[in-house]
Design a protein around this ligand. Structure first.
Ligand SMILES: NC(=O)c1ccc[n+]([C@@H]2O[C@H](COP(=O)([O-])OP(=O)(O)OC[C@H]3O[C@@H](n4cnc5c(N)ncnc54)[C@H](OP(=O)(O)O)[C@@H]3O)[C@@H](O)[C@H]2O)c1
Length: 328
């Protein structure tokens, strides 16, 4: 990462991503936007057992929504489910076990979900991870890419027919302001070349989520897509960067503060008045982020061969391949 980009990101972070920045921004939040009942609407939340995902599930369950928690660890998921049911009194909270880094299983899960359920109003792609070293999944794909990009893409694309059948469908992806330190690179999707720096690989994948959201919004105009940054939040993901966590720990947001924008994008009427495909922070679209994206010149999205955005599945000749052909 260049010194310039690193410094710009940190400066932006200390002014915009901390708990104090949240408290200051929250003065202009319109409380009525969140005073809604979502009874009868269903919400799938990945990584709902912890941090921002759990806080989001809690907030939506309080408003009466049906929650589908998609988690990789059964014990952690059941414990979180019990907390949510106990605190909200809402029993419509279901656990589904899925490791999003296992590409074929993501597709199988989504196909099974479509067969079992008649509707899904909102998909929240929240799960995310920073890898400490380069590992491969069962299909030989690098795990950060498989979890943070390909898993999100396959889950979303597979569920689109179900979302399209449902009322007011929305897809929200939890990205990160860390994406500012990376320009879009499609030439090394498997992080095979160069030293593997898990934090930078993660930032690259968060950048890819932003571009992917723009592309999905263009293709699937019946669904409202958004992608967002939750600020710097005290969770295990922030802990995966020990130096950062140590120096910022007194300024980090609570998971509830980090979840505020996701919840607003998921339940409010106001959110869907904005165009689809936008990036959000503190309950509003962030044009400044796009100005920063100009500093990062390759942000248009390109595949080395065609010069166009390449759906992540172009790398994976698995069973879903025919699903995407001619459709994205
Ligand atoms: N915390 C921050 O400062 C910050 C800043 C910007 C963006 N974000 C983003 O916010 C989102 C939520 O993270 P968080 O901060 O709330 O951290 P967290 O509490 O660690 O939550 C991450 C969730 O993702 C799940 N997960 C990770 N890999 C998975 C996989 N392969 N399959 C299924 N689930 C998986 C985790 O499951 P386990 O509990 O089993 O590990 C956990 O439930 C992430 O996308 C993260 O990148 C966080």
């Amino acid at each position: 990462m260049s010194l310039y980009r690193n410094s710009a990101w940190f400066l932006k972070g200390v002014t915009e991503f901390t708990r104090n920045a949240f408290l200051s921004a929250s003065k202009r939040f319109v409380e009525k936007d969140l005073e809604v009942s979502v009874a009868g609407r269903s919400f799938m939340i990945t990584g709902a057992n912890s941090g921002i995902g759990k806080a989001t599930a809690m907030a939506i369950a309080k408003r009466g929504g049906t929650i589908h928690m998609v988690c990789r660890n059964k014990d952690k998921a059941e414990e979180a489910r019990a907390d949510i049911v106990k605190e909200t009194g809402n029993k419509e909270v279901y656990v589904h076990i899925l490791d999003l880094s296992e590409t074929k299983k993501v597709w199988e899960f989504a196909e099974g979900f479509k067969r079992k359920y008649k509707s899904l109003n909102v998909l929240i792609n929240n799960a995310g991870a920073i890898m400490s070293q380069r590992d491969l999944n069962a299909e030989g794909l690098e795990k950060s890419f498989a979890t943070n990009v390909l898993g999100v893409y396959i889950l979303t694309k597979s569920l689109i027919p179900l979302l399209e059948k449902s009322v007011d469908p929305r897809v929200i992806t939890v990205s990160s302001g860390g994406m500012l330190v990376q320009k879009l690179r499609t030439g090394n999707l498997q992080s095979e070349r160069g030293r593997y720096d898990g934090t930078m690989v993660y930032a690259q994948h968060k950048r890819q989520q932003v571009v992917m959201t723009e592309q999905l919004a263009k293709t699937h105009t019946n669904i409202h897509f958004s992608v967002m940054h939750p600020g710097w939040v005290d969770t295990p993901v922030a802990n995966a960067m020990p130096d950062f966590h140590q120096s910022m720990k007194d300024s980090l947001r609570t998971p509830e503060q980090g979840a505020d924008t996701v919840v607003w994008l998921s339940v409010s009427e106001a959110a869907v008045k904005n165009p689809s495909g936008r990036f959000y922070q503190e309950l509003q679209t962030v044009s400044k982020i796009w100005k920063h994206a100009v500093i990062v010149p390759a942000a248009k999205g390109s595949s080395p061969k065609t010069g166009r955005w390449c759906p992540p599945t172009c790398l994976w000749p698995g069973p879903t391949a025919p699903l995407w052909r001619n459709k994205s």
